[in-house]
Design a binder for this molecule. Structure first.
Ligand code: RIB
Length: 299
């Protein structure tokens, strides 16, 4: 089995239940508060491991975040390239509304203090055919993409959060773009969601586009195939990390040799299960739970 090197963020998520998202000038009482492991990178590594994939997580935490390392270790994530420094680990302030939607502020901390020379060492165990998975919450993604391509690896980029400096990256070297609606519109520079995959394929003809559309499911398109996958209908408690669960399960399924259609179905089922529980990493289901769900909810 090829390896997935996930170079990504680890965050301490401070999660507040609120009646509505706080407005400018408002002071809003939280009705509940909890601390969870999070960060798009950590969430996606745990999702790959829970999907029985083979994943190495590369990144940086502070001493205050060593419990995040334990969480990944317990899930079966390879941690030889997780650095620990004396700075503060990245964190997120997350509001969860009564409907289960979220609003997130992230502070990069150690995730943004990773040096280009450090990213180069992350690739020591990688070879041609492996996949580099990235999100946009760490420093030096450009160096990581160039290193991956030097080794003949594929690159999957979850363009989240979407920021202007994404356009400074060598996007023509990206094999898979994983984007939600807003990220897709910004990346393809269009307001018309229906044109997003085609616009990206025009600009990057060899890429594969995976759009996650929440309750509307997901949409995959590359130069030869197009698949629209419906979402499963579940009761949403907390949507945080659903996209990460989807991304991790999708790449783990491809890694195991399934078809793109099967990978989409499995990723959708895992994401549906994740929104029925609180937290990001804590809500990611096991492969057995996804199997059971798919048996009782055939698509
Ligand atoms: O995708 C969800 C994640 O985004 C949270 O866990 C939070 O840490 C932010 O990075």
């Amino acid at each position: 089995m090829n390896t997935i090197l996930n170079y990504g963020s680890c965050c301490i998520d401070h999660v507040y239940q609120v009646q509505h998202f706080v407005a400018a000038g408002e002071t809003l009482p939280g009705t509940d508060y909890a601390v969870f492991p999070g960060g798009k990178g950590l969430n996606q590594s745990i999702a790959i491991a829970r999907a029985n994939g083979c994943v190495i997580h590369a990144g940086k935490i502070g001493q205050d975040g060593t419990w995040l390392k334990d969480q990944m270790h317990n899930a079966g994530v390879g941690l030889d390239h997780l650095l620990v420094s004396d700075s503060n680990t990245g964190h997120a302030i997350i509001q969860i509304s009564r409907s289960g939607d979220n609003a997130i502020i992230i502070y990069g901390g150690t995730n943004r203090e990773i040096l280009a020379s450090e990213t180069t060492t992350f690739f020591a165990d990688c070879a041609k055919g492996d996949l580099l998975l990235l999100q946009n919450e760490v420093s030096c993604n450009e160096t990581a993409i160039l290193n991956a391509k030097d080794r003949g690896m594929q690159v999957g980029f979850n363009v989240a959060p979407m920021t202007a400096d994404v356009f400074d990256l060598p996007l023509d070297l990206v094999d898979y773009f994983v984007i939600n609606e807003n990220e897709g519109r910004a990346l393809a520079a269009t307001e018309d969601l229906e044109t997003v995959p085609d616009r990206l394929l025009e600009q990057y003809p060899n890429c594969k586009v995976l759009l996650t559309l929440g309750e509307q499911g997901s949409w995959y398109k590359d130069a030869t195939i197009e698949i629209r996958q419906a979402a499963f209908d579940v009761n949403m408690v907390d949507s945080t990390g659903a996209g990460d669960t989807f991304t991790g399960y999708f790449f783990a399924a491809l890694q195991s040799g399934t078809s793109t259609q099967q990978a989409l179905t499995r990723a959708s089922a895992a994401a549906a299960l994740s929104v029925t529980k609180a937290g990001a990493a804590t809500s990611i289901p096991s492969a057995d739970a996804v199997d059971d769900f798919l048996q009782s909810n055939p698509i």
